[in-house]
Each structure stands twice: as C-alpha cells, then as structure tokens.
Design a protein around this ligand. Structure first.
Ligand code: AMP
Length: 358
C-alpha cells in the first residue's frame, strides 16, 4: 500500500444511507478529522443531523450520485440493498469499500448460503423456493419446522414465515408475497451470537469479542458481552468471521450472525457493514466498530478494539425510547434523532457497562 491510499485528516468520506448506522459512522469520523457527506433521500435523515454535507436525493438519481461521488475521497454504506446502477455510477469515480463482492453475495440469501458453504462453513439446510410446488418439495426434503425467507430485502424478521407443516404453505407464500425465497430448516440453537470483525486495506484482521444476542419478534433486543460460551467456541466464531473477511477480500467492518448448536457453529448470515449487535463496543472498547470501520475505509491501520468492560446493549424500540431520562441515568445512552417513535422502529439503544469479568 502506498501512502496515497491513506486518507489524511481533512479528507471526505461519502456514506450511502443516513440512518442510525450512518449517523454513528459520521460521529466516529469526526475525532479523526475526517469529513462526511451523507447520501439519503430523507431530509430529516439521522446522519444528516451530525455531518456538514447531505446529498438529499434518491438512489436512482444518477446526476446526484455523480456529484456526490466526485466530491468525496471514498464511499462506504450503511445498508446492503444499494441498487447496482448506483454502485456503477459511484465506482466509476471513487473507491467503494467494502467492495462489490460482499454486496453481491449478501444481497441474496441464496447466493450467500451457497457462497458460505463454498468456503467450508456450515449453514442451515436450505432450498430455493419460487412457487407452491418448489415450497412443498423443499419442505418435504428439509422437514418441519422450517422458515421461509425472501432472498432479497428482508431485515428484522420481515419477509419471513415459519412453517410447521404442508398446511402452512399458502400463508407462508402470502407472507413473502410470492417473491423468490429460500426455505431454511429450523436450527435447534442453544444461543445466538455474533462477531463484529474488521479488515483493513492491507489485509489485517481484528475481531471484537463475540456477543450473545436475544431477538424479540425477529428484532434484536439485547446483546450481552461476554457471550456465555466456552473460550474455544469464541475462538471458532472469530475464525469464521476472519475466513469470511479474507475470502471476500473485504475492507471495513462486517457483522456475522451465528447459531450455537450442540454440533458446533452454524452461520445464519452476515451483513457487510457495521451491525446493531456491535453497538456495545461504543462504551466497552477503546475503539468501537464505527471508528474501526472508518479507519478501514480511510486506509488507516486497524485500531485496538480490546474490550475493557462487560456490556449489555438494549435496543430502544418505538415508545421504549420515551424512557430516555431513566435509560440514560447511568450513561451509555445513544438516541438516533428520529422524530416519530413508530412501533418496531429502532429509536436508540443503551449500553449498560460493568467491570470486566472475563
Ligand atoms: P434473520 O433475519 O435471518 O437474521 O432471522 C431473524 C431471527 O430469526 C434470527 O436471529 C433467529 O432468531 C431466527 N431465525 C432465523 N433463521 C432461523 C433458523 N434457520 N432457525 C432458527 N431460528 C432462525
């Protein structure tokens, strides 16, 4: 790597997507002296409130994308469903990190599972579903219970339906609105964990300690660190994240979700971006996932992400954020600047920190 690949303070990072992840990325860029332009169609985007430039335009607005890309030194993103045409326009002008491969693999649950298997990792049994006949055949092959998930655009449990037998097929197809899907066998897990990993421009890899996740209604509720798993399993989880990072020739932070089973670790999915289950790092590590990501995309060396405390991160969903005064009483409160607390909407989170136990 030449020095020219390292962005000096004063350089500008473009972030596609101005939600809470973009906001926390922008907040992490500031102490490094790096400027941020956020691209988001929403005039009130959470990230736009904390950076000095906001391109307020749609992801199909090629003129706006060109102007945005021409004015920044590197582009990163906070969500994986970026239209291909938008990436084409940007990539013609400026590097996009993480790169195309990570997006291409993770945008489609089917290609993601095939790719993960291809690098030797274990995923839930799965089959492609396009209609009633293929769903019925898949359910026969995999067995019940099983989960039908849309191949694209699913998040926070949306675009998913559980099936306990053939009688559930019509409702499941309704739930995914007939979209191309994947049927997954239900994994009998004892815990859900995730690893937030990072890979720099020179190929260095560092991972944060695995966190243990609890979901409610398909939405992450809490992440607890350290996860209550044996050290060997924690090492396995970190090695899985590292294998994914290296195989993708990745630059930036990734979130890898894993199921812990009696037979070992099963990869659920990965997100090519900073991840909700990594928010605990803000208050329990010297360098959090957001700074680590900014360092990677700016070509800086990886920072020290060692954990100095135990942490429980609790998402504040919908009206839960109204309790900000009590939630923030001991610190660790992070609110996203969203005006309207709709049910199921992530409004903020609180990190409760205690002395490190192990
Ligand atoms: P996902 O959108 O794939 O991350 O799924 C959301 C949540 O649903 C997961 O975190 C699990 O709690 C649950 N889930 C998803 N897929 C499976 C599966 N194959 N077996 C068991 N639980 C699952």
């Amino acid at each position: 790597m030449t020095d020219a690949a390292v962005l000096a303070p004063g350089s500008r990072i473009g972030i596609l997507g101005g939600g809470q992840l973009g906001r926390m990325l922008a907040l992490a860029a500031a102490p490094l002296g790096l400027k941020v332009t956020v691209f988001d169609p929403d005039p009130a985007a959470p990230a736009a409130q904390v950076c000095d430039q906001h391109t307020c335009a749609g992801y199909d607005d090629v003129t706006a994308l060109n102007t945005f890309a021409a004015a920044v030194d590197v582009v990163t993103y906070e969500f994986e469903n970026i239209p291909t045409a938008a990436l084409d326009a940007i990539e013609a002008l400026v590097p996009v990190r993480p790169g195309r491969k990570a997006l291409a693999v993770s945008q489609d649950r089917l290609s993601e599972k095939q790719w993960l298997e291809g690098i030797g990792l274990t995923v839930a049994p799965y089959a492609e579903v396009n209609d009633e006949a293929s769903l019925s055949a898949a359910l026969n092959a995999i067995g019940a219970p099983a989960i039908l998930k849309t191949r694209r655009f699913g998040y926070d449990g949306k675009g998913q339906a559980r099936l306990s037998g053939q009688q559930d097929i019509p409702a499941a197809l309704d739930a995914v609105a007939g979209a191309p899907s994947v049927l997954e066998g239900f994994v009998d897990f004892t815990r859900e964990i995730s690893v937030i990993g990072a890979r720099g421009l020179t190929g260095d890899v560092a991972c944060f300690d695995p966190g243990e996740n609890v979901h409610e209604d398909g939405i992450l509720s809490t992440t607890t660190v350290p996860a209550d798993i044996p050290p060997a399993l924690a090492t396995d989880a970190v090695l899985i994240a590292a294998r994914i990072l290296n195989a993708l020739d990745y630059v930036g932070v990734i979130g890898v979700e894993l199921f812990v089973t009696d037979a070992g670790l099963v990869v659920n999915e990965f997100a090519p971006r900073v991840h909700n289950s990594g928010h605990w790092t803000q208050d329990a590590c010297l360098i959090d996932q957001f700074e680590q990501h900014i360092r990677c995309v700016a070509g800086w060396p990886l920072g020290d992400g060692q954990r100095h405390s135990n942490a429980v991160m609790t998402n504040l969903i919908g009206e839960e954020a109204d309790g900000w005064l009590a939630n923030g009483a001991r610190g660790g409160l992070h609110l996203y600047g969203k005006a309207e607390a709709r049910p199921g909407r992530k409004m903020g989170h609180v990190n409760r920190i205690t002395p490190k136990s192990k």
